[in-house]
Design a protein around this ligand. Sequence first.
Ligand code: PXP
Length: 239
Amino acid sequence: MRQVKLGVNIDHVATLRQARMEKNPDTVEAARVVYSSGGDMVVMHLRQDRRHIQDSDIERVRHEVKGLIHLEMAAIPEMEKLALRVRPDSVCLVPENPREVTTEGGLKLEGKQTELGKIIKNLSNAGIEVSVFTDPAPQAIRAAHNLGADSIELCTSKYSEAWGKKLQAKELEKLQLAGFLVKELKMHLHAGHGLDYYNVAPIARIEGMDCLNIGFSIISRAMFVGLKTAVAEMKRLIQ
Ligand code: PXP
């Protein structure tokens, strides 16, 4: 049976720690629990304002825990430098708007091809797998493919926010078609943003889905059932 991998985003463990500027809750401890509860990958999003994950979180998880690390970051020289130093196993290039509460959609590639192409090439040459976070739009997917990305992470926020079955089905169809194109281009297919225990199953069942990256819903549920159970429950739902 095909296994959909689960990347668990632990940003909001760091959000809680940063609220008091304390040592706890510790992201290294969170990463250990993720790996031992069925999570395939620890995901961290390093933002320019460092409001949750700090550079030291990525360094410590890299050096103190054995397992795959996936870094989400803006496609800018500062982040490229950090990635080349810390060497996560994979990176996802995402847009970043300084005032956003969370990522607001896929990366817009028009007009940025040259700089994006360089970053993708440098990361790839360092052995880091590169994905690009895109809306389920054929032009964006083809552009990321032409720039040498290995994977596409489809942005599921419109699907997650869709109100009512009809609208949600429409958004799901866009993701399914986009997934078909990603596979036709022989790229890895990832998806994420806004996925939770209620809306995740149809996304996990998209033909060729390789990995889902999920954070907020898992960390929220962990408050009540513990991180181990929250990760294991999500893993079960996506099988
Ligand atoms: N994928 C990407 C590219 C993201 O930027 C984020 C948020 O950092 C996620 C997945 C996880 O989203 P959520 O926290 O809503 O599950």
